[in-house]
Ligand binder design. Structure first.
Ligand code: ADP
Ligand code: MG
Length: 467
């Protein structure tokens, strides 16, 4: 059971999450929590502030974050000894962060390794509060430090877990807690190298922690508790009248998250597929709503489009060789540059010598500055780069309906500047690449076309929030 940042952002929500866990007691849950909403972003800024403006400026930014956690602690209604103990631990964590910030300021150096060490405190704070809240309401949880089970490589910020190590370690530490009738609790997002250096597995990766653990333990279900009733027909804020999609296949959910539906981290589905474990997306404020169930083979519905994902901030790069070059040589040069600068291609189209690549823009926390990569491309190709594009993707049971779905989509997209219309790599998606400023209009029109008439009942349920 994974609880996201908004689901643990204040005392009332933490208590609600604890009671959801209590309701699932007989299923022998393992709980994963994220940092409280916004904390990771605030922690990220501390390091750069220490580097650029000095120690005191950074500590001044740490204080409000520390106080938010103290505020939650005060509201949890714990007895005096528990409150004191948690308060002391918050103080200790804050002092450790201050020491790290001092190091950054003195050395005038901020490495990805130091940044990961600081980022990990978000989840340490939130598990601390969750554990205290759970115990005070009679739920016997035991915190397992993620650093002792989630062993990763040393690619700070985007560390990759060692899944067989996780399996062995969780069998040794988490299973006995479950078998002892207690509830294991651990931090999402973070891990550590074999030598104990703290790492993180990518922004928003707590979902991934949950599915990795679910697969490692052979769980019956992976539950993602969040702030929406489930996977919606779109998460784009411009669209009203969205519905909740009851069932999706692993392939569909993977496409949706890859193409921007941030309710699930893109890596989440993979371990679930390996273990054939259903993933359920549920609303922490509406635990009785059916949510979305993601399984290998959902009931066929004949509905071609189940959801529309929007991925903003992608870069399109048009490449044309400066000199006549055989295609295999161009392909090799591009692959080398992509690998050297660790770019993440999302879509590619080619037409003879001309190619159009779509890359994920370096996101929050990513170290990559695109300019050296662009310079590298520029020495072989005439390049046209547009960093301000979006991908709008239709996801569903397209297989035999791809052409008719494409025709319907194009009819409503006549005003859109289409850089790419792509179907093929996956049966489950149809993607359109366009300038960012056109995405809201495109998704509104597509949503109208495919969902305006959709009845509630079968595949779709209400997205209304009932509390
Ligand atoms: P958490 O903090 O629980 O991990 P996130 O903010 O990461 O929550 O994910 C939930 C958010 O994902 C929703 O509030 C919504 O804005 C966004 N979202 C994007 N696409 C979708 C979609 N297709 N279905 C549901 N939510 C979506
Ligand atoms: Mg999330």
């Amino acid at each position: 059971m994974k609880f996201g940042g908004t689901s643990v952002q204040d005392a009332a929500r933490i208590r609600a999450a604890v009671s959801i866990v209590q309701r699932h007691r007989d299923q022998q849950p393992v709980v994963v929590v994220s940092a409280i909403a916004g904390a990771t972003r605030e922690l990220l800024i501390l390091g750069t502030t220490a580097l650029e403006q000095g120690w005191q400026a950074a500590c001044a930014l740490l204080a409000p974050l520390e106080n938010r956690h103290r505020g939650i602690l005060a509201d949890l209604g714990l007895d005096a000894p528990a409150k004191r103990e948690v308060g002391d631990t918050i103080t200790r964590y804050a002092e450790e962060i201050e020491a790290l910030l001092k190091g950054i300021a003195l050395l005038k150096q901020l490495t990805a390794q130091t940044q990961d060490t600081i980022l990990g405190y978000g989840e340490r704070f939130s598990t601390l509060l969750f554990e205290a809240a759970a115990r005070s309401s009679g739920l016997d949880v035991e915190t397992v430090d993620a650093a002792t089970i989630m062993i990763t490589d040393a690619r700070f910020r985007e560390a990759r877990p060692d899944r067989s190590e996780l399996q062995a370690r969780s069998a040794a530490t988490i299973l006995p807690i479950i078998l002892g009738g207690r509830v294991p609790l651990t931090q999402g997002f973070i891990g550590a190298t074999r030598d104990g250096l703290p790492t993180t597995m990518g922004f928003e990766a707590s979902d991934y922690t949950a599915s990795l653990l679910g697969a490692a333990l052979g769980a019956g279900e992976i539950q993602i508790w969040t702030d929406v009733v489930g996977m919606l027909t779109t998460g784009h804020p411009a669209v009203e009248d969205v519905k909740c999609v009851r069932e999706l296949s692993f392939a569909e959910a993977a496409e949706l998250s890859l193409f921007g539906a941030k309710v699930l981290h893109p890596k989440t589905v993979e371990p679930a597929i390996d273990g054939n474990i259903p993933v359920r997306v549920m609303h922490a404020a509406n635990p009785d709503a059916p949510g979305t169930t993601i399984i290998a083979t959902p009931t066929p519905t004949g509905v071609p489009v189940k959801s529309i994902a929007v991925k903003e901030q992608v870069t399109t790069l048009r490449l044309h060789p400066l000199h006549p070059t055989p295609s295999h040589e161009s392909a090799r040069v591009i692959a080398e540059i992509v690998d050297r600068y660790e770019l993440s291609p999302i879509l590619i189209t080619t037409s003879g010598h001309r190619m159009l690549w779509v890359f994920d823009n370096p996101g929050l926390g990513a170290a990559t500055d695109p300019s050296p990569a662009l310079a590298a491309f520029g020495s072989h190709f005439e390049t046209t780069c547009d960093p301000d594009c979006a991908i709008v993707s239709l996801v569903g049971e397209l297989t035999e309906r791809a052409a008719s779905t494409l025709a319907r989509a194009l009819r409503v997209l006549t005003d859109t500047t289409l850089h790419i219309a792509s179907h093929g790599p996956s049966d489950a998606s149809l993607s359109f690449v366009m300038p960012s400023h056109q995405a809201a209009d495109a998704v509104k029109k597509l949503h109208d076309e495919f969902f305006a008439g959709a009845a509630l009942g079968g595949l779709f349920t209400s997205a209304e929030v009932s509390s």
